[in-house]
Design a protein around this ligand. Sequence first.
Ligand SMILES: *[C@@H]1O[C@H](CO)[C@@H](O)[C@H](O)[C@H]1NC(C)=O
Ligand SMILES: *[C@@H]1O[C@H](CO)[C@@H](O)[C@H](O)[C@H]1NC(C)=O
Ligand SMILES: *[C@@H]1O[C@H](CO)[C@@H](O)[C@H](O)[C@H]1NC(C)=O
Ligand SMILES: *[C@@H]1O[C@H](CO)[C@@H](O)[C@H](O)[C@H]1NC(C)=O
Length: 229
Amino acid sequence: MFVLPFLALALALVVAPAAAQDYSAAHNVTPITGTWTTLSHAVITGTFANPANLTFNYPDNTGVGYAFSDDGFYEVARYRFNGNGSNPACITGVMNWHHGKYSLLANGSIVLNPFGDGYQQIQDPCAAESNFIENYNVTELISQWNLIDDPNDGLKLFLFGADGTPVAPLYQVYSTANMLPTEALRNVTPSVDAVSLVALNSGARSWSPASAVSAVVGAFALGLASLIL
Ligand SMILES: *[C@@H]1O[C@H](CO)[C@@H](O)[C@H](O)[C@H]1NC(C)=O
Ligand SMILES: *[C@@H]1O[C@H](CO)[C@@H](O)[C@H](O)[C@H]1NC(C)=O
Ligand SMILES: *[C@@H]1O[C@H](CO)[C@@H](O)[C@H](O)[C@H]1NC(C)=O
Ligand SMILES: *[C@@H]1O[C@H](CO)[C@@H](O)[C@H](O)[C@H]1NC(C)=O
């Protein structure tokens, strides 16, 4: 299974040097399989969420993690802060987790179909409810993706959201998918709303605004704000 990408790369180098590292066209034969995380390496699927009791294992740093198995399952873990241009003190923190089955579409997009047991914790100091947990059952579209074999960093995965916004580059931490069991891991009453409140003031841990501010300021300083999906 590891032979294919290198074979594809070798062929691509011979056939089309300009697009040598772009695998997206080879979508159906190129394994996206593995466990991937952003530069901080802090957010890793499989160890991020405890769906049975709606808690999280809070990473030391922000980031995004994805895992894709070769039999069609995915898991997503995100820990991020969203700044507020009109009020810098109003930074929203989000811990988001979901898993399910993914489909590689013929046009190069990937659809993530969740099992329905996903959830997220929102911390918003400026909102009436400053800390709450809600169900997250959103079918996400990765509009396009590509994979490069970087001489320094190894395999790097580039994903683009539904609106084309890039996710920060993802580094491969394991060649296989590190994920929780690939089935619904808690009972959720089916809802027509993809996002619906589960718990207010649930005793969920809150995180430090100071680290939020430095994370957001750091992201802006690096010009990466739009990369933090
Ligand atoms: C939630 O579940 C995880 C994993 O089983 C456990 O480690 C953790 O202590 C639990 N937390 C609470 C608040 O029950
Ligand atoms: C920004 O903060 C203000 C409160 O100062 C709030 O009303 C507004 O909804 C926030 N905007 C976003 C995008 O969160
Ligand atoms: C691929 O097809 C899906 C389903 O029709 C669509 O939602 C998506 O936007 C398409 N992707 C691109 C890159 O056009
Ligand atoms: C999740 O969304 C799907 C598709 O909209 C829906 O069929 C399913 O019932 C939802 N699950 C829950 C638990 O709400």
